[in-house]
Structure formats: C-alpha cells, structure tokens
Design a protein around this ligand. Structure first.
Ligand SMILES: C[S@@+](CC[C@H](N)C(=O)[O-])C[C@H]1O[C@@H](n2cnc3c(N)ncnc32)[C@H](O)[C@@H]1O
Length: 290
C-alpha cells in the first residue's frame, strides 16, 4: 500500500486508482467547504484542492447529488449541539474518534481540550498541516492532542490507557462521525466498551450511522457500487448499518436526541424539498451517560 504522502497527489489523478478508507476524509472536508454558511466549517476549504473537489463531484454524481448538502447539515448539527452543551453542561474535552479533517477545534471554544484520533496517516498529515497553518496565522491556536489508533485492532486497551490519562476527570463529549460504515460489529462493540470505560455520569457520546432499512434503497446500492469500484477496503469492511435498538439498548447511556438528514433539513432549510429515494439518510444519535 502506498503511503499517505505519496497517495495524495496521485490518488485523484486517475479514475482507475482506488482510494484508501482514510482518504474519504478529504471528500467529507470538500463537502463541508461547499456551503460554509450551512456547515459553519469556515476552515474546510484549507483541505480542498481542485483534484479533491473533482473526486467529491464524481462521488456525488455516482451516489447522490444531495451528499454535499447532507454533510453540511451533519456538521452544522454537531456545531450547534456542541456549542450549546459547552455553554450549558461544562464540556471540557471533545474526543473525536475518526476525526479525519474535520475542524471543530478551530471554530469551537478555545477553552476546550481537543483530542483528535485517527489512523497514523491522517494524524501525521493533519498535525503537520494544522501546525503549519497556525504558524501562518490561518488557524487559531488550540489545545490539541493528536492520537494514532486503529479501530480494527484486536484490543483497544492501549488506546484506553492513553486516553484515561489525558482525559482524567474532565467532562467529555465523544464524537464518532462518518466512521461506523467502515467498521465491523466486533470493532464497534470494542469502541463502545471503551467509551463506557472512559466516560463518567452526565458525559456525552454522539454517533452517526445508517439504518439497516436503507440497504433496500437504490441510493445505498449506488454507494456500495461506488465503494466496490473505488475504495481499497480492509478485511473488517462490511458496509455496516446500525439499528436504533443498538443505541436504545445500551444500559449505561440514555438516548437524548436522534436526528436524521430529513429532520435536520427541515430544521435548517425548511423550504428545501428532499426526494426521499435520492437521500443517503444518515442518523445522528446523542447519548448521555447515566
Ligand atoms: C468519512 S471519514 C470521516 C471523517 C470525519 N469524522 C468527518 O466527519 O469528516 C472516515 C474517517 O474514519 C477513519 N477510520 C476509518 N476506519 C478506521 C480505523 N479502523 N481506525 C481508525 N480510523 C478509521 C478514517 O481514517 C477517516 O478519517
């Protein structure tokens, strides 16, 4: 497999070249840059370049023309949710699992501690670029800890030990956004076990996933076709969808909010009519530890 540094210039150059899972994070960043008034991610454009934007367009054309819009809605929902909880609930640390190139640290409160977790390639690249942009004055200074992890690992105990020390008693918000589709069931269970170990009462956990019902729709089949043709998958890859019951049945957490692309669109752009069949409907779950 090519290294991340090598693959960036080349990956979007030919349509034949498959991309790695971690490189999907460029596409979501490009989507968020498409409507910053809605997404509120005013730094997403830093990741974009014409080749990445072209790839995002190719994905939109193949799967759904509404994917850019849906990603802006998702970012906006977490932006608004986090802002409110930070002010009301005294959140002290945001731990973003599979952070990709999302930019929450830079458009949220400077008082927070941000823990950014992703694959070795994403973390190395994100750290290098954000530090360079901070030096240039393009990004504000923030307290950020970058951590490398592989959620497919047979044990997450090393990651847990590191996080337990860094997080300590701080009140946390854990975010798992755009990741579960790429993971298997046992990886997912291990991650949620880690979340439960790490968090104390009244702390928050947000997760994004597709519901199994979506698998029957043509738009999901288009996604699978696109992934099959364009993504370099790993052994654990199963196109995971997750039923509501997974979240409702976690005995140590209470589901306090549940949104999807349709409800968010109704909230932020009520005038916009969404064609049901063309929406790759994502669900956002907000849980609070009991
Ligand atoms: C579609 S991107 C989403 C990134 C970001 N959360 C967002 O919403 O823009 C998926 C992210 O999950 C990360 N990821 C997928 N599988 C992973 C694994 N096994 N271990 C660590 N990170 C993983 C990828 O590297 C990538 O950054």
């Amino acid at each position: 497999m090519e290294t991340f540094y090598l693959s960036i210039p080349y990956l979007f150059c030919t349509v034949d070249q498959k991309i790695n899972i971690h490189e999907t994070a460029f596409v979501t960043a490009a989507f968020r840059a498409g409507d910053t008034t809605l997404s509120m991610d005013r730094f997403a454009h830093l990741w974009a370049d014409p080749i990445i934007t072209k790839h995002a367009m190719r994905y939109s054309n193949s799967v759904s023309a509404y994917e850019g819009y849906a990603h802006c809605l998702r970012n906006r929902y977490f932006y608004d949710t986090l802002k409110e909880l930070i002010s009301k609930e005294n959140i002290e640390v945001l731990i973003n699992f599979g952070c990709g190139f999302s930019m929450y640290p830079f458009f949220l409160d400077a008082s927070l501690h941000y823990i950014e977790i992703d694959t070795v390639d994403v973390i190395a690249y994100k750290k290098e670029k954000t530090e360079a942009w901070q030096k240039e004055g393009l990004l504000p200074e923030r307290k950020i800890t970058f951590l490398e992890a592989n959620f497919n690992a047979v044990s997450l105990q090393d990651l847990y030990k590191k996080l337990a020390v860094i997080k300590a008693a701080q009140r946390s918000f854990i975010l798992l956004e755009g990741v579960l589709f790429f993971l298997g069931k046992s990886d997912t269970n291990r991650l949620f076990h880690l979340f439960n170990q790490l968090q104390g009462p009244e702390e928050f956990l947000a997760s994004v996933s597709f519901q199994p019902q979506l698998e029957k729709q043509a738009v999901f089949k288009k996604l699978i076709d696109f992934v099959e043709g364009n993504l370099e998958k790993n052994q654990q890859f199963v196109y995971q969808t997750v039923p509501d019951s997974f979240y409702k049945d976690i005995s140590t957490y209470t589901l306090v909010d549940h949104q999807d692309s349709f409800s968010l669109s109704e909230q932020y752009k009520p005038e916009k009519k969404l064609p049901f069949e063309e929406i790759l409907n994502e669900h956002m779950y907000l849980l609070r530890k009991n």
